[in-house]
Write a protein that binds this ligand. Sequence first.
Ligand code: NDP
Ligand code: OXD
Length: 310
Amino acid sequence: MQTLLFRSPSDSPDRWRAALEAELPDLRVRVWPDIGPPEAVDYALIWASPDRMLHDLPNLRVVFSLGAGVDHLLGPEVPEHLPLVRMVDPALTEGMVEYVVYQVLRHHRHMPAYERQQRDGEWIVHDQSRPGSRRIGILGLGRLGSACARALHALGFDVAGHVRTPRAADDGIAVFAGEEQLDAFLARSDILVCLLPLTEATRGILDRDTFAKLPDGAVLINAARGGHLVEEDLLLALGEGRLAHAVLDVFREEPLPAGHPFWSHPHVTVTPHVASLTNPVTGARQVASGIRADRAGEPLPNRVDRERGY
Ligand code: NDP
Ligand code: OXD
């Protein structure tokens, strides 16, 4: 019988065990730190690997990530010879689409202003512009970014995306690629959504240079990783009114420390890394299909390209 070792500081081991055993009744699931005999572990399903425990599992075949982003798994903690598979799951995509569409609509319809006005008892009407006049720019048109782009386009927004590899426009969604087209993309992004993987090329991309290239009063939505954002530059841009608002789901340090200026900033919305949570039932289906592929000697779906970093 093969064994999978589960380790996460925040995901429910009981729900994952039940979901994995329903998919693969012949798989034994062990939950860290009860690893059993190290040589019997075939697969690991982890959020992070804060120590070198994976190096002590001599017959480990595949490392599955509980998250879509694997920036924190590309260091020495995960042995380089092992395939790393990231989470790609329709329920994860659905959750991100809900989050991004909700936050875009919230700003498009001036909800932060109306909420403030209600607190102050003020009756002020703001313009209702048509979605076609609101330009949304999505950094990263991967599994999540492209689904968000399609949903916003279906609502009538003027949507563009920025990617690494040039490609044709997609169903009415303009595509900008590479460094050379980044400025033009930013210049037409009234609402900038970050759904990039965190790599050496994207770390700190949300900085003062980027903010200076956005239209005045733009809104930022960062649902990717805290490492994309230079926090001090954001506070400056908000202070100067260059940016009108920032919605932040991810942070340099999580949980966001008490007393951090974002907590009480009137133009910052904070959510605790919940834009989309991995669902054990659908997530276990993805892990099971990876295990079946490995057993059959087939290519692993959603394997991470370590060179590229995502
Ligand atoms: P994908 O790997 O499917 O897509 C990544 C996209 O980013 C691709 O379009 C890629 O371009 C683009 N990209 C990568 N590097 C660059 C670069 N240097 N310049 C321009 N574009 C670049 O990722 P997902 O859509 O699945 O996930 C995106 C991120 O979302 C994850 O890495 C994770 O950090 C975050 N996430 C956050 C969650 C939350 O709850 N807050 C939940 C789930 C994920 P190309 O198409 O050319 O390869
Ligand atoms: C992920 C995340 O990468 O939850 O899936 O951030």
